[in-house]
Design a protein around this ligand. Structure first.
Ligand SMILES: *[C@@H]1O[C@H](CO)[C@@H](O)[C@H](O)[C@H]1NC(C)=O
Ligand SMILES: *[C@@H]1O[C@H](CO)[C@@H](O)[C@H](O)[C@H]1NC(C)=O
Ligand SMILES: *[C@@H]1O[C@H](CO)[C@@H](O)[C@H](O)[C@H]1NC(C)=O
Ligand SMILES: *[C@@H]1O[C@H](CO)[C@@H](O)[C@H](O)[C@H]1NC(C)=O
Ligand SMILES: *[C@@H]1O[C@H](CO)[C@@H](O)[C@H](O)[C@H]1NC(C)=O
Ligand SMILES: *[C@@H]1O[C@H](CO)[C@@H](O)[C@H](O)[C@H]1NC(C)=O
Ligand SMILES: *[C@@H]1O[C@H](CO)[C@@H](O)[C@H](O)[C@H]1NC(C)=O
Ligand SMILES: *[C@@H]1O[C@H](CO)[C@@H](O)[C@H](O)[C@H]1NC(C)=O
Ligand SMILES: *[C@@H]1O[C@H](CO)[C@@H](O)[C@H](O)[C@H]1NC(C)=O
Ligand SMILES: CC(=O)N[C@H]1CO[C@H](CO)[C@@H](O)[C@@H]1O
Length: 758
């Protein structure tokens, strides 16, 4: 959004706020900043404005500023702030600050929180905040701090300190002596290896400590000995395989509620590890190698209040004993993903867990479901049994799960699913059956699932979705998403392809289904679809009627036609899809031709945004994210015999043999005479679109050509076709210069003669 619009919006906001709280006075605001009230507090937002110094009073800073946001500027030194400033919250993240000194922050008597993250700070004067007796939160993460020998800070009021990613290697014994009231401390992503005992002793009020990814290999027995108020400890991503006295380490933490030691190379846990942590509610042990863990003795003993237990990918190799979760009767979430389990053991081990709401048994090598188990879980809402080599015969065991909301049975080797499996799951919202070789579905299978929102049937070998699997007379008003990707779909030549119960669908995925063509009425009465994925099929373009099915989709916003068998296309096929804002065409064997210029013009002039064509522009976020190197992926196959281009000198003729071109480049080179290919009047911007352009043009960022073009288009509509053609030519020429410069240098070597013949 341009600065102009930003300020406009800011102004509107202020306007609204002043309306609602009419007594609040308008305060001063530096140029280039956005100022507004948030509740009754004056916010001055000068973020991302290339400032090299803090705005002064003369420059419009108000003494009554409450929040001053200077994030993302170019501040290096901080000059003292004016006396009497009532600043409460100061944000200076992502600048170039190298030192934090007392002089810089002198006189900020009201300061409550300060964000200095992402600077180049190597040194912080211990008494830097001596003038701020109420400073509560200090963020220093992502700074290259140097080692200190004494106390790091003298700030008795400080409650929250973030020192993550600060290249710290060592903490001296007095590091925390003068921040005695600290409540939460983040030390993650520093490379400590070991920490001296006593370093945390001054922090008797600490409630939350994060030391993820700190390269820790050993913890002293008395490291936490004074931390009796601690509620939450995170130690994920360290290397804690060496034997150490876990019980002694955790014993002082009598109020501990949350412990994360995932990804830390643990091999075993001593029997008495949690003996004194009886209030532990969440325990995350995922991704360790707990081959020898005796779940019953280590976890079973004391964790009476446990609510959440994550043991995923822990190499736990059964058998889980009867006692495993015997005393964890309050457990609501249990994640056993990726451990080899047997159904019989599970049946026994899980039976005390009557409060369970969420259970994951994904990838647990189960060949059948635990017998007489699920009727014990009346509250179960989420069940994942995907990626197990299950046997069909056991799916009926799920029958008692009447309150289930989410069920994932994907990739479980199921050849059939009996008709009654889901009959009682009337609250089900998400059902995933993907990756099972079902071939067909029994009629009535989904008849009671009228609350369904998402149905995923990828790669099930289905040739179609027969209406008889749904309830005869019910509609499925919430069913918004259907995924049929990777099925060998057969689209009937006449009539609707999808059952009439699903007319409220918004998202339909039919990618990789071997579809060669889609008859005009295949999606008739599915007019609520906004996203349609037809990627990876065999669609061809013989004539524009081929895509008449799009006429039934007036709300369509996203369309994926990538990786089909399209050699040409025309914008005319999208005449009914006024709301289309995302069109993916990459990966087709396009033959460079005037249709490329047509599509380009349509995107730029009619739709007003080239980035609608995914892969057309360098800035297209989608492309940068998925394929940062190959930024421009919309190619066409160029053949000098059939692709019209401007005249070239004979010396370069060889260059124009058969090769790939980006669409952007072909648009520049092409000699397509727009006077012979007037975009059909149906494709002219709608009056609404023109109004939108009109509004937008007050935004200074809109290129001038767009403004002239839209004005010209209006006149063209009013006056005559001749002027219209002329305008399009102008816009064409302008659009060419708007194209990315990627291949400009190559282009310079070829001399262009305007208006070559077709
Ligand atoms: C800040 O400077 C950069 C580079 O000089 C420039 O690209 C950017 O537009 C400037 N931002 C503002 C808000 O002036
Ligand atoms: C920020 O400051 C550095 C040096 O202080 C300078 O090289 C750089 O160009 C500045 N950037 C902007 C956007 O002003
Ligand atoms: C469960 O708790 C009871 C008493 O609280 C105890 O006697 C029993 O040993 C515990 N069970 C397990 C498996 O630890
Ligand atoms: C299942 O677990 C095994 C190891 O336990 C792992 O190699 C595999 O990638 C997992 N599969 C899935 C689909 O998660
Ligand atoms: C589910 O469908 C069956 C068959 O139509 C019906 O008999 C039964 O009452 C339904 N169950 C619920 C809970 O609605
Ligand atoms: C749908 O299923 C019913 C009952 O199984 C069958 O009679 C009908 O022919 C099927 N319709 C189609 C189009 O396959
Ligand atoms: C397009 O989007 C607008 C705004 O989101 C909506 O009001 C309209 O119903 C949609 N459909 C058509 C056909 O314009
Ligand atoms: C693509 O279409 C051409 C004819 O236009 C055909 O020869 C070719 O087999 C098709 N390719 C695929 C993968 O369907
Ligand atoms: C042309 O593009 C197609 C599809 O992107 C690619 O498979 C082929 O290798 C490219 N050919 C050349 C000569 O770059
Ligand atoms: C074409 C079509 O089926 N449109 C439907 C979209 O959804 C609304 C309700 O949200 C229905 O009223 C329309 O009939």
């Amino acid at each position: 959004m341009g600065r102009g619009t930003g300020r406009l919006l800011g102004g509107l906001l202020i306007g609204l706020v002043t309306l609602s709280s009419a007594r609040l006075p308008e305060l001063e605001c530096p140029e280039d900043c956005d100022c507004h009230y948030f509740r009754i507090n004056w916010v001055t937002d000068c973020s991302e404005t290339n400032l090299t110094s803090v705005p002064t009073l003369d420059e419009g800073l108000s003494l009554n500023v409450y929040v001053l946001n200077l994030n993302g500027n170019n501040l290096t030194e901080i000059e003292p702030f004016p006396d009497d400033i009532k600043l409460r919250s100061l944000k200076m993240a992502d600048n170039q600050i190298t030192r934090v000194t007392r002089v810089s922050f002198a006189g900020l008597g009201y300061l409550l929180d300060l964000d200095l993250s992402g600077n180049h700070i190597a040194y912080v004067e211990p008494d830097a905040f001596a003038d701020s007796p109420g400073l509560i939160t200090l963020e220093l993460q992502s700074n290259p701090l140097e080692e200190v020998t004494g106390p790091f800070l003298i700030t008795k009021s400080l409650l929250n300190l973030d020192l993550s990613g600060c290249t710290l290697r060592n903490l001296n014994k007095n590091f925390f002596t003068d921040v005695p009231h600290l409540n939460s401390l983040d030390l993650s992503k520093n490379q400590f290896k070991e920490l001296k005992s006593g370093v945390f002793d001054p922090l008797i009020s600490l409630q939350e400590l994060k030391m993820n990814e700190c390269g820790l290999t050993f913890l002293d027995s008395d490291l936490f000995s004074k931390l009796q108020d601690m509620k939450k400890v995170e130690l994920a991503g360290n290397d804690l395989h060496r034997p150490m006295d876990w019980a002694a380490i955790l014993t002082p933490l009598i109020r501990l509620e949350y412990l994360d030691i995932s990804r830390s190379n643990l091999r075993n846990l001593p029997d008495d590890i949690f003996e004194h942590n009886q209030w532990l509610r969440s325990l995350i042990l995922a991704e360790n190698r707990l081959i020898d863990l005796d779940v019953a003795t280590s976890l079973g003993q004391n964790l009476k209040h446990l609510d959440f237990l994550d043991l995923s990918n822990c190499n736990i190799i059964g058998p889980l004993s009867e006692d495993a979760f015997a005393n964890a009767t309050k457990l609501r979430t249990l994640i056993l993903t990726g451990n080899a389990m047997s159904a019989t053991d599970l049946a026994v081990a899980l039976s005390p867990l009557t409060k369970l709401q969420k259970l994951s048994l994904r990838n647990c090598t189960l060949t059948r479901l635990p017998p007489s188990t699920f009727h014990k879980f009346p509250h179960l809402q989420e069940l994942d049994i995907s990626h197990n080599p299950l046997n069909d015969a056991f799916t009926w065991l799920l029958n008692p799960l009447v309150n289930l909301r989410h069920l994932d049975m994907g990739y479980s080797n199921l050849g059939s699913i009996s008709k009654t499996t889901f009959h009682k799951m009337t609250s089900l919202k998400t059902l995933i059956l993907s990756g099972n070789p079902l071939q067909s579905l029994e009629s009535g299978l989904f008849q009671n699932l009228t609350d369904l929102e998402t149905l995923e049937l990828k790669k099930c070998g289905l040739s179609r979705l027969n209406g008889s699997v749904f309830h005869e007379s019910s509609t499925y008003p919430d069913l918004k998403e259907l995924n049929l990707a990777g099925n060998p779909l057969e689209i009937p030549a006449k009539g609707s392809f999808l059952p009439r119960q699903l007319t409220r669908l918004k998202t339909l995925d039919m990618s990789n289904c071997g579809i060669e063509s889609i008859p005009p009425n295949a999606l008739y009465s599915f007019g609520n679809i906004t996203a349609l994925n037809l990627g990876g099929n065999k669609l061809k373009f013989n004539n524009e009627n081929e895509f008449d099915f799009l006429n039934n989709l007036p709300d369509l916003e996203k369309l994926d036609l990538s990786f089909n068998n399209l050699t040409t296309i025309t914008p005319v096929i999208f005449r009914s899809n006024q709301n289309l804002t995302w069109l993916k065409l990459v990966g087709n064997p396009w033959k460079c031709g005037c249709f490329v210029a047509d599509m380009w013009e349509w995107a730029q002039v009619v739709k007003g945004d080239l980035s609608i064509l995914v892969g057309s522009t360098v800035s297209s976020e989608e492309v940068i994210r998925t394929n940062p190197k190959k930024r421009n992926t919309l190619y066409c196959r160029f053949d000098y015999r059939s692709s019209p281009i401007k005249q070239v000198t004979s010396r370069r003729q060889k260059y124009y043999t058969t090769a790939n071109r980006t669409w952007a480049r072909y648009v520049r080179e092409s000699a397509c005479d727009s006077s012979q290919r007037i975009l059909p009047t149906k494709l002219l911007p709608s009056p609404e679109a023109l109004k939108a352009i009109d509004l937008e043009s007050s935004d200074s960022t809109l290129p001038a050509w767009a403004w002239t073009t839209s004005v010209a288009l209006v006149s063209a509509l009013l006056i005559a076709g001749a002027i219209f053609i002329f305008t399009l030519r102008i816009s064409r020429r302008r659009s060419q210069s708007a194209v990315d410069n990627e291949e400009l240098s190559q282009n310079r070597t070829t001399s262009h003669q305007p208006n070559g013949s077709e």
